[in-house]
Design a protein around this ligand. Structure first.
Ligand code: PMP
Length: 366
């Protein structure tokens, strides 16, 4: 039996959603933009998904723009924020934020990178200083995809509210798991279905400001002009089905599996977690395993039936040193010996200690 510990890269399709999609695929399809009955029922599905998502986010205002995933949603948000003025982001943000800002900076836009400390945390004072000097927007990952580190989103949101600045939160990694009812000060949110057991290829941008985000592409008036192109009806419907189907309590419960896993690896291998532990995403374990090269170790784990990673999967399979761990000031040697294990609802049914024992056996044999 394989053990899948890479839920932060992709969380396998939930069984109930598989059934829903199978039933949906058996029905006729149509373009939601068509005015005939078939088109209108496709439109109703998209609208229903929008309502479900909006309800799940706990917001009664703002609007949702469906996209192909979190990468597109981040690009959409960042471009609109840059059009309004200077933007800052932590050095540990996802590449779909970092690269947009780098490119904009090369083109003359005013962009700032927020340094993180050895725990992976930004300094709130740095944000305040930038806001006092006229910063218009900030992009912040609430939970880091590589380390699970939780940024002080609420404090930054309060500052953004006070200064009238735009706070964009990339919520790709914690869809439906963040207390959105406290979202005062957050102006936009990125969502991706496939990190929460939905299909890859669909996501959304929740956007609060009065004026909608400008489209990245031209060619149609779908999504009120913000995202031209025929809506992906089934995928959007599936994203809507996820709303309400993902339990915050189930996610929190993963911490006990993760903690037992880490305890065993700490006592047997001297494993040390990377990043701040307080408030960390309960499913994420980024571990330094001294003396174990990640590239070789991951191959040994894979051969032994365990899927894990060394960081983000967004670099086309290349095992480059993690920019997130490097930004935290960790040594090259430590980064090269760091592994990311991310748990999810269908990880195996084994206890954390049993999973750790399987990891130990695989690494000792390598
Ligand atoms: N943001 C974060 C935090 C992510 O982890 C990822 C996926 N690694 C993305 C954005 C991009 O998501 P998608 O695959 O939906 O484009």
């Amino acid at each position: 039996m394989r053990i899948y510990l890479d839920h932060n890269a992709h969380s396998p399709l939930r069984p109930q959603l598989r059934d829903w999609l199978a039933a949906r695929l058996a029905s006729p399809t149509a373009n939601p933009g068509s005015i005939h009955l078939e088109g209108q029922s496709a439109r109703a599905e998209v609208d229903r998904a929008r309502r479900l998502l909006q309800a799940e986010l706990g917001t009664t205002y703002g609007r949702i723009v469906f996209t192909s995933g979190a990468t597109e949603a981040n690009n959409l948000a960042l471009r609109a924020m840059l059009a309004a003025g200077s933007v800052a982001a932590a050095l540990t943000e996802h590449t779909s934020v970092v690269e947009v800002l780098e490119r904009a900076g090369e083109g003359g836009a005013s962009v700032f990178k927020l340094a993180v400390d050895a725990s992976g945390l930004i300094e709130v004072d740095d944000v305040e200083r930038l806001l006092r000097n006229g910063l218009r927007g900030i992009a912040l990952l609430a939970y880091n995809n590589e380390t699970g580190v939780r940024q002080p989103v609420e404090e930054v949101a309060a500052l953004c509210l006070a200064h009238g600045a735009h706070l964009h939160v990339d919520s790709a990694q914690h869809l439906f798991r963040y207390p959105w009812s406290h979202h005062a000060g957050i102006s936009s949110v990125t969502i991706s279905a496939h990190k929460a057991g939905g299909p890859a290829g669909v996501g959304a941008l929740w956007w609060a400001p009065e004026r909608g985000p400008a489209p990245l592409m031209l060619g149609g008036s779908q999504e009120r002009g913000a995202r031209p192109g025929t809506e992906a009806g089934w995928l959007i419907g599936a994203l809507g089905q996820l709303a309400g189907g993902v339990s915050f309590a189930d996610w929190l419960a993963l911490a006990s599996v993760r903690d037992a896993f880490e305890e065993r690896l700490a006592s047997q291998l001297g494993a040390v977690p990377n990043g701040a532990l307080v408030g960390r995403a309960p499913n994420t374990s980024n571990l330094w395993l001294p003396g174990h090269d990640a590239e070789q170790g991951l191959m040994a784990l894979d051969l032994a039936g365990i899927a894990a990673s060394a960081g983000s999967a967004c670099h086309a399979g290349a095992l480059e040193p993690s920019p997130v761990l490097l930004a935290m000031g960790l040594s090259d040697a430590r980064v090269a010996a760091s592994f990311r294990f991310s748990f999810g609802p269908e990880h195996s049914g084994l206890s954390g200690a049993e999973i750790a024992d399987r990891v130990l056996t695989a690494l000792r044999g390598s």
